[in-house]
Ligand binder design. Structure first.
Ligand SMILES: *[C@@H]1O[C@H](CO)[C@@H](O)[C@H](O)[C@H]1NC(C)=O
Length: 332
């Protein structure tokens, strides 16, 4: 995210040479960024960066992570512009707003989908014209958005928090342990370069929702996330050479036996990028605190890890905050 701002060098070379050098550097830059398996930390300030590279990097800079205060002021102004004051505070007031709009439950939507398919649909001789992925109706009516506790929309807040705290760049490698139906993961996938988001998930229904509904419906197939079915902290299928900038587990470790969490940490410690790399764990770290503070610190040190601290972040959409615990590799 941080872009080095090098000073512009004044060079007296013929214009055509400069242009072809710029073009060559541009092509080289594209090649390097697309081929390099683990590019050096892009957050490092480099005084040797040429003007050409700086310009290119800036133009490839991804969209911002979090809304700015300007964005929020703008949103408030638009709400005011449209006379959208406070939301209705009672069910009756909410119903009054509905007028001709009749809400249907997911069950009703599913029933309609099964009975009528759609107003127009391919049948009989035209059946072969149909090219859709076989996405189950249950996913089409988004039942999976209610599979887990939190409002689906809260995934964005978690992304913004983790991406900011880990100083995320689009070329970074991110591993989520238990990405479920991609409530959080979809935002990382959209932000990161193709192939940079990895996830280990054991639940078949969640995997199906992620792959058959979320990625195609959000146009994210081209991001090629590596979502692997597996459990017991088995990361062997992600390859051995990867160094992650961010590893996170949202409400996952608290459902696992402590022993398994430690096995996972042991396997992941060496896969965490030195200095920049962070592990974030949500809710609590009882796998650690149950050992007692000193013993926990000792076990972490044995794995080459250290605890950084506890952080909270709040949600843009509802009054809620989550607690996250941050770890990094201990300085050698
Ligand atoms: C299906 O494809 C056939 C052959 O191309 C075409 O004649 C027909 O109109 C198509 N049907 C629909 C509903 O698009």
């Amino acid at each position: 995210m941080a872009i080095s701002s090098s000073s512009t060098k004044s060079v007296t070379v013929p214009a055509f040479l400069l242009i072809s050098a710029a073009a060559a550097a541009f092509v080289l830059f594209l090649l390097l960024t697309s081929l390099a398996p683990a590019p050096p930390c892009s957050c490092a300030h480099s005084s040797t960066t040429t003007t050409v590279t700086t310009t290119t990097t800036t133009s490839l800079n991804p969209t911002p992570v979090s809304p700015t205060s300007d964005d929020l002021s703008w949103l408030r102004s638009q709400l005011a512009l449209n006379s959208l004051g406070d939301p209705p505070s009672s069910p009756a007031a909410w119903r009054a707003l509905r007028k001709g709009i009749n809400p249907r439950t997911r069950a009703e939507q599913l029933d309609d989908l099964r009975r009528f398919k759609g107003i127009s649909h391919y049948e009989d001789v035209d059946a072969a014209n149909h090219t859709a992925l076989p996405c189950p109706g249950e996913l089409l009516v988004e039942e999976h958005h209610s599979n887990y506790g939190e409002p689906w929309a809260g995934g964005r807040d978690v992304f913004e928090f983790l991406a900011t705290k880990s100083n995320l760049a689009s070329a970074d490698y991110v591993l989520e342990i238990g990405c479920g139906t991609l409530r959080v993961g979809q935002h990382f996938i959209r932000y990161l370069n193709p192939g940079r988001f990895h996830c280990l998930e054991r639940d078949e229904l969640s995997l199906m929702a992620a792959l058959r509904y979320e990625l195609p419906s959000q146009g994210l197939l081209y991001k090629r996330p590596l979502i692997v079915k597996g459990e017991d902290m088995d990361f062997s299928r992600f390859g051995s050479g990867i160094s992650y900038d961010l590893i996170y587990a949202s409400a996952v470790f608290l459902h696992m036996p402590d022993k398994l969490v430690w096995v996972g940490l042991e396997r992941l410690a060496g896969k965490l990028k030195p200095q920049k790399g962070r592990i974030f764990v949500s809710h609590n770290i009882k796998f650690c605190s149950r050992l007692g503070g000193e013993e926990c610190t000792r076990r972490l040190a044995e794995l080459g890890l250290e605890y950084v601290g506890k952080q909270t972040h709040d949600s843009l959409l509802f009054n809620h905050y989550e607690i996250w615990f941050e770890f990094r590799r201990a300085k050698a």
